[in-house]
Design a protein around this ligand. Sequence first.
Ligand SMILES: [Zn+2]
Length: 446
Amino acid sequence: MSEHSPTNQSAKQAAIAAIDTEFEALIALSKDIWDHPEPGFREHRSAKLTSDYMSSLGLKPRENVAITGVVAKVETGRPGPHIAVMGELDSLIVPEHRNADPETGAAHVCGHNIQIGNMLAAAVGLSQPEVLEQLNGTISFMAVPAEEYIEIEYREQLRESGDLEFLAGKQEFVRLGELDDVDISMLTHANVWEGRSLRPGVSHNGMIAKTVRFIGKSAHAGGAPHLGINALNAANLAMQGIALLRETFQDEDHVRIHPIITRGGAAVSSVPANVTMEMFIRASNVEAIQDAEAKVDRALKGAAMTIGASVEISTSPGYMPSKFDPAMSEIYDESVVELLGESGTGRVPHRTSSTDMGDISMIMPTLHSYTSGVTGRSHSDEFEIIDWELNVIDAGKALAMTVIDLLANDAIRGKKIIGQFEPLMSREKHLETIRAFQRTESWDGA
Ligand SMILES: [Zn+2]
């Protein structure tokens, strides 16, 4: 059977027509989530909206997956690959944004609300009987919590109470086995550039997080600093040490380390005895993250030793680096050309930010596309969505059409994608690697 048989086209036309009938409802739902932003693992209202909408399509959503996630599975009844179409539920917290929640400061300044819209648009198209009868395999629609790595203290509490192990939604989905039988994943994220286009990403840095506490000894800051141990000086020295390591990082590894001091001292007249820092260590591959981490730990301990302080270093796995599947991106391009013309395609080159879609890309072929039609700096008070049709409707159609290309004609193209894919790590190794980043160490520099 040809890869471009007419069956694909009739299924695609049926999916597109169904999505068009839900045009208003899908945009209204995406705007409703925009108007009611909820940060990660708190997205109860957004999850309920998603679940209710899935039910209205005749799907049977499961709720409370990884606290707030929602999953609905559609079976074609014929064997074939299992594809997950994902959307992220969570907002950021930027109280300065015009649409921020007055109580929590939450705001959708990364546009994740449109992801739920385009994931549900794909669900509309792909749940039509005349579409499903032409496909093989299984499709799951997943609203995933907590992509943004924020509110770490709150999430640590959830970890301590046993509600989660990892602080990011997709890692929790992996841990809970939600992706055990999934072969391929896809998602569309908003991004800022001119024009109307849907451009798959290539790769992202991964990252780990550290919280650091330097412990010194308080004393009169003017009268008797020789009796104290200045924890702020140790932290300052650590910042210098980390900065001076820069020349040892190789350009192709895209290493970025950005520490902040979160508590610099208690009172100016007393030698600071308790100083805390937080930092992310980012790089484009796991080995480079491990290498940078070892050097950072050396800088922290070296600073403690110089001053005679002690240091506690708590490390948490952030996200794995992303490597998105080039062959999937090419199949996706075909639908984008159909929808938007040649000018609608392109690639988003390597990004030094991070996403937990990286974790998924380590273990299965993954498409992470970006849609234009938003303005202002992402994660800032300026961020706005201006082209809802592109972000929700066209992006949803492109996802649905790509799933059809992968699962139609006995899923010949889907099977090829899976056969060609070389995982960067096995599923077991993935969990082992992120668990290995989770640890706390105390070191006495005196
Ligand atoms: Zn985002």
